[in-house]
Design a protein around this ligand. Structure first.
Ligand code: SAM
Length: 292
């Protein structure tokens, strides 16, 4: 087995060889601890039957662990300066494909069709660029991709919000947006010291396994998400006040909103943070006729 990329010495060597400098604006904090990488791969449950999609390979620290563990890895990297470096560092691995692309603009479904024919179990595994964690996760979940799930590193605070349960301070529309599609669990808290350069915030690894079907069946998904976002617009306000101030013509339709709340058996004085996903589903469906 070749020497790991993810050590402080090797990372410094590679940076020096190519005169590479980190771009903070691209969220470039590279992993320099192989133990963390082994743990990430283990949590993803990868085997040689699996395919892995990576966002942001950097200099290849995680990519090489994915290459060792899976049948094939496809990585999206936005920074062109990293391409010649990756060609060098990943040269021992024949099962890696690097795509020079902004993952937010990429047609990931088409990439999967092209690159993973015959591979049924595909996981997204990444140390995400922190300035765009939420848009990346939401894109990959809402595009109905044939993936089993994701194991990704992100800011600890965002991981807490994603995995939060009703009644907790961090539970909100992001928790619902993600838990609508997945079973969400924080699997590791990661210290700043395993990165070069060290980020300003603490990190965590979160595991999101896609549900067979969404957590609740609703009439209209878009309206369901509008209702959840509206309900958390001002956390200290009651659900009734948030819905009347946020939904289109909500103030005029206050009586309808009260009727819908009653139909969904939700007290108007409750706060959004106390409602479970099934309760939000029932509420959105009860409100639906008054807003369409
Ligand atoms: N995987 C490497 C590691 O763990 O050491 C690097 C992770 S670093 C936190 C994030 C990487 O994502 C960087 O290589 C950065 O250039 C890349 N990146 C940032 N924005 C991106 C985007 N929109 N699409 C694809 N890659 C992106």
């Amino acid at each position: 087995m070749t020497k790991d990329i993810a050590t402080p010495i090797r990372t410094k060597e590679i940076m020096k060889k190519y005169g590479f400098s980190f771009k903070k604006s691209l969220g470039q904090n590279f992993l320099i601890d192989p133990n963390i990488l082994v743990n990430i791969v283990e949590h993803a449950g990868l085997t040689k039957e699996h395919g892995a999609i990576e966002v942001g390979p950097g200099i290849g620290a995680l990519t090489e662990h994915l290459a060792r563990a899976t049948k094939k890895v496809v990585s999206f990297e936005i920074d062109q300066r990293l391409l010649p470096i990756l060609e060098d560092t990943l040269s021992p691995y024949e099962n890696v494909k690097i795509l020079h692309s902004d993952v937010l603009k990429a047609d990931v479904k088409e990439t999967i069709n092209e690159e993973f024919s015959g591979v049924e179990d595909i996981m997204v595994v990444a140390n995400l660029p922190y300035y765009v964690t939420t848009p990346i996760i939401l894109k990959l979940l809402t595009e109905n991709l044939p993936i089993k799930g994701m194991v990704v590193m992100l800011q600890k605070e965002v991981a807490e919000r994603i995995a939060a349960k009703p009644g907790s301070k961090t539970y909100g529309s992001l928790s619902i947006a993600i838990q609508y599609y997945t079973q969400a669990e924080t699997v590791m808290i990661v210290p700043k010291t395993v990165f070069m350069p060290q980020p300003n915030v603490d990190s965590a690894v979160i595991k999101l396994m896609k549900l067979d079907k969404p957590a609740v069946e609703v009439i209209d998904e878009e309206f369901f998400f509008l209702v959840t976002r509206s309900s958390f617009a001002q956390r200290r306000k009651t659900i009734l006040n948030n819905l009347t101030s946020q939904l289109p013509d909500g103030k005029l339709k206050k009586d309808d909103i009260l009727t819908a709340l009653s139909k969904a058996q939700i007290e108007p004085t409750r706060r959004g943070e106390s409602l479970s996903i099934p309760e939000f589903g029932a509420l959105a469906d009860a409100l639906y006729p008054y807003f369409h």
